[in-house]
Design a protein around this ligand. Structure first.
Ligand SMILES: NC(=O)c1ccc[n+]([C@@H]2O[C@H](COP(=O)([O-])OP(=O)(O)OC[C@H]3O[C@@H](n4cnc5c(N)ncnc54)[C@H](O)[C@@H]3O)[C@@H](O)[C@H]2O)c1
Length: 271
């Protein structure tokens, strides 16, 4: 059966890669984004790749936008199979220097945006007795490195929400996946807020160095939806670190502290 997929933040990076991954399978793919120019372009790319594309303007800070898209897709498609809560932004900074405005901004998009996506589409999934939520968190939400508290908290929030909903919705036939990649190359630093000099450049270097691409992450996600897996952890090294954290927490703490000292020295936040 033709898959019907909705992706927030689908105009760029991982959202776009996932849209094209599903398009190649012949899916109907709706992308919701605040960037209409890039959105319209990705809509065409979806059609060219063999899918049926639809761009709809959507700001995940507004529940009404997500509800309107839900109603439109119900009317046009008769249902939705996969909702990817992907739209996200990044920030970095010390606890003293990160402003309350930036805390509220990132939590509103990264956490509440995912809450709104799940809230708007759960009634549809319950009625269908099927559907997958794919929530894009990050390894940052599991590793909790310094000078990134607002981003870490936002992604830990997505992980907590996903684990909760996986239990709450499973017996209604609803699957939840939680995606925790480490760095891979996208345009995420374009929207990054930070007052650490040179941080964008440093993060871009880490993204460029990654052996994992947005297409690889997208393929892992599509596989996880098919197999109804919960965790999607595309990066092998960080996956191993997470195993160490759970099984040998004191060793993880020591390793993380060594890494943290190097990182803070580089970023100018060392004690
Ligand atoms: N790139 C990485 O290294 C990395 C690692 C881990 C997790 N992630 C997560 O992956 C997700 C996708 O980010 P990306 O790396 O592809 O970045 P990106 O900047 O390339 O794409 C993000 C998209 O979200 C859209 N967006 C931003 N605010 C929005 C809003 N309020 N409403 C709707 N759309 C909005 C942007 O316009 C953009 O199209 C994010 O949740 C990010 O935190 C990225």
């Amino acid at each position: 059966m033709t898959q019907r997929v909705f992706i927030t933040g689908g105009a760029s990076g991982l959202g776009r890669a996932l849209a094209l991954c599903y398009a190649k399978q012949g899916a109907k793919v709706c992308i919701g984004d605040i960037n209409p120019e890039q959105g319209a372009q990705v809509e065409q790319e979806i059609n060219a790749a063999g899918g049926t594309g639809l761009f709809l303007s959507c700001d995940v800070r507004r529940l009404g936008d997500l509800e309107a898209i839900r109603d439109r897709l119900l009317a046009d498609w008769g249902g939705v199979d996969v909702v990817v809560n992907n739209a996200g932004v990044a920030s970095a900074g010390s606890i003293e220097d990160t402003t309350m405005t930036d805390w509220e901004w990132i939590l509103d998009i990264n956490v509440m945006g995912v809450v709104r996506g799940c809230k708007a589409f759960t009634p549809v999934f319950k009625q269908q007795k099927s559907g997958s939520f794919v929530n894009i968190a990050s390894m940052a939400g599991l590793m909790l490195a310094p000078l990134m508290s607002s981003y870490n908290v936002s992604k830990a929030g997505v992980i907590a929400l996903s684990e909760t909903l996986s239990q709450e919705l499973r017996d209604f036939g609803i699957h939840v996946a939680c995606v925790c990649p480490a760095f891979f190359q996208t345009n995420l630093t374009n929207s990054m807020r930070s007052d650490i000099p040179g941080i964008q450049g440093n993060v871009n270097k880490l993204m460029k160095r990654s052996e994992i691409t947005a297409d690889d992450v997208a393929q892992d996600i599509a596989r996880a939806v098919e197999k109804k897996d919960f965790w999607v952890l595309p990066h092998a090294k960080e996956r191993r670190m997470w195993v160490v954290k759970r099984h040998v927490p004191w060793a993880f703490d020591w390793l993380m502290h060594q890494e943290s000292k190097r990182w803070m020295k580089k970023m100018g936040g060392a004690a």
